[in-house]
Each structure stands twice: as C-alpha cells, then as structure tokens.
Design a protein around this ligand. Structure first.
Ligand SMILES: *Cc1c(COP(=O)(O)O)cnc(C)c1O
Length: 295
C-alpha cells in the first residue's frame, strides 16, 4: 500500500449557493487528497497512537468500531503500511454479508471479531487476544493522542487569513485537536449524530488549557448518523457540479450543507473567512446506490 503523502494537501476555493448573495468567503482544506484509503482526519488522529505503539515495539493493534466505521478501515490500512497485525472489534453479530468497509479492512489483513452490543458497550477485549504485545487504539481514535494528532491538521496552514475553522463532529476528537491548534479563530462543528448533546462533555477533557470553546451545531444530522434525504443528495451533487468537490453523505456533505445554511441565515459576519475541513470519508458513499451521486 502506498504511504500517506501530506504534500498532497491543498486548499481550494468553495462556492456555496449562499455565497452568491453573501460576501462571506469559504475555502476547503482537502484532507481527502493525502491517501486513497486512510483519507482525511483518520491519519492525523492515528499518527501519535502509531508512534507510541512502534516505540513500545507492539506488533498488534486492536481497535473498536461499527460495521461502517472509517476508523476501522483507516486503522487496518495504517497497520498494513507499518507491517503491524491488526484486530478490529466490531459492534454486533457477524452479518452474512460484510459491509464494504469491513471487507476492505479484511483485505488489508485486519482480523475481525464481532461482539454483542452489550459486550461491545463495555469494550471487552476477548480473552484469547489479551497478551502483553497489543496496543489499544480507542474507538474512533478518541483520546488525547488522537486530538494532538488532529491538531497537526492545521500545521502547514497560514491560519491568519481565516476567522473560522469548520468541521464535522463524530467523537469530537478532530474538533478538539483543531481547538488546541487555532490562534484567534473560532472553531465551528457540525454534529452528525442526532441529539448528541453529550459531545461538549467529551470534547472538554481534550481541550484543557485552550482558550477557545468550539461552537457545536446540532440541527444538521438529517435524522441521525448515516441518515440522509434527497435534499442532502441534491446539495452534494450541486456542490460537485459547481466546485468538482466530492463530499460524503455521512460527514462532509452535512458539514457543507450546514455551513451554507448558516451563511444564508446571517450567522457569520460579512467579513468572515471560513476554512472548511474536508475530512475525507468518501468511501462511505459506496453504500449508496451507484446512480444517486453524479460523482
Ligand atoms: C471519522 C470522521 C469524522 C469525525 O471525526 P471525529 O474526530 O470522530 O469527530 C469526520 N469526518 C470524516 C470523513 C470521518 O471519517
């Protein structure tokens, strides 16, 4: 598998429908460009976990995730690059047909272990896997090392031109890292989970000592995690037609839809300069029928 190439990071201008009548300017940071599989924020969230695992000379990485988890696929691919063994502990019974994400993870050599929802919620590692040589990466990369890695997303960016950094929020690890990396910018997050008001509490321990509190919006989940409707699909197709920017329907589609809506509603000052983080995840679109998106 090819290595991750951060040189491929680029910033594009983004023309959202609301920008036609509003002077707010929007750029998008293309993390989706750094690697075809470990796309986007996952590589940044994983980098210090892998650094630590390699330092400790661990040969096996264990992590947790759901059947459609981008984190599972990214961890499997990163392990294959570092020639480490990997085990993915997956929520729920083994289905007759594996999701495309899990098949992909297996193709990178990850062993899958399925846990009942109850055992999964307790994060029980099956006995036969427990030995002193494994390294546990928390579910979704959530944790201080994950946030520290996510903070490096902004390392090569000339932040001074931006007033706001905007991203999608799942576990909150990425936005926590961004909040620790900004100077004067406001950090804006769009929660992709329904009514996940606990997220502010999850972010807080990862942002201790920073002066910014992320501004999280909860109204753009489209019914919940990985739920969507025609309005979202039409928006994503229009965004591609105008900008040639591919979005995924789980995270970045909802993010860009929300930012457009917030601009239209006058949420940002007229001189605002937004940087939207394209956090990758495009392989999630494989679960859609193939005539739904124009890209
Ligand atoms: C995992 C993921 C996120 C969410 O990141 P968190 O750190 O869990 O909040 C956002 N966008 C994409 C594309 C992802 O795959």
């Amino acid at each position: 598998m090819q290595p991750v190439n951060i040189e491929n990071l680029q910033i594009d201008k983004l023309i959202l429908p609301a920008c036609r009548t509003n002077p707010v300017k929007v750029d998008v940071l293309r993390l989706d460009k750094i690697h075809p599989v470990i796309s986007g924020n996952k590589w940044f969230k994983l980098r210090y976990y892998f650094e630590e695992a390699l330092q400790l000379n661990r040969k096996l990485i264990i992590t947790f995730g759901g059947a459609w988890s981008n984190h599972i696929v990214a961890t499997a691919a990163a392990c294959s690059i570092h020639q480490l063994k990997s085990v993915g502990i997956i929520r729920g019974e083994r289905p007759r047909n594996l999701s495309s994400s899990l098949r992909e993870a297996e193709s990178y050599g990850m062993q899958l272990h399925f846990l009942s929802r109850e055992d999964y919620s307790k994060k029980i590692i099956p006995d036969h896997l427990i030995n002193e040589h494994y390294y546990l990466v928390p579910e979704g990369g959530y944790g201080l090392l994950g946030a520290r890695g996510a903070g490096t997303i902004l390392k090569s960016i000339n932040l001074i031109t931006y007033s706001h950094i905007c991203c999608a929020v799942g576990t909150g690890t990425m936005i926590a890292g961004l909040a620790t990396a900004v100077t004067t910018q406001q950090v804006v997050g769009i929660s992709v989970l329904k009514n996940n008001f606990e997220i502010e509490n999850s972010i807080r321990p990862l942002t201790l000592g920073t002066h910014t509190t992320p501004d999280i919006h909860h109204e753009y989940h489209f019914g919940g995690y990985a739920k969507y409707n025609q309005v979202l699909i039409d928006f994503m197709n229009a965004c591609y037609a105008t900008n040639q920017l591919p979005l995924d329907f789980v995270y970045t589609g909802k993010l860009c839809y929300a930012i457009n809506d917030l601009i239209a509603k006058g949420h940002f000052a007229e001189n605002a300069r937004l940087l939207i983080i394209h956090s990758g995840g495009l392989q999630g679109n494989l679960s859609l029928r193939n005539d739904v998106l124009i890209f």
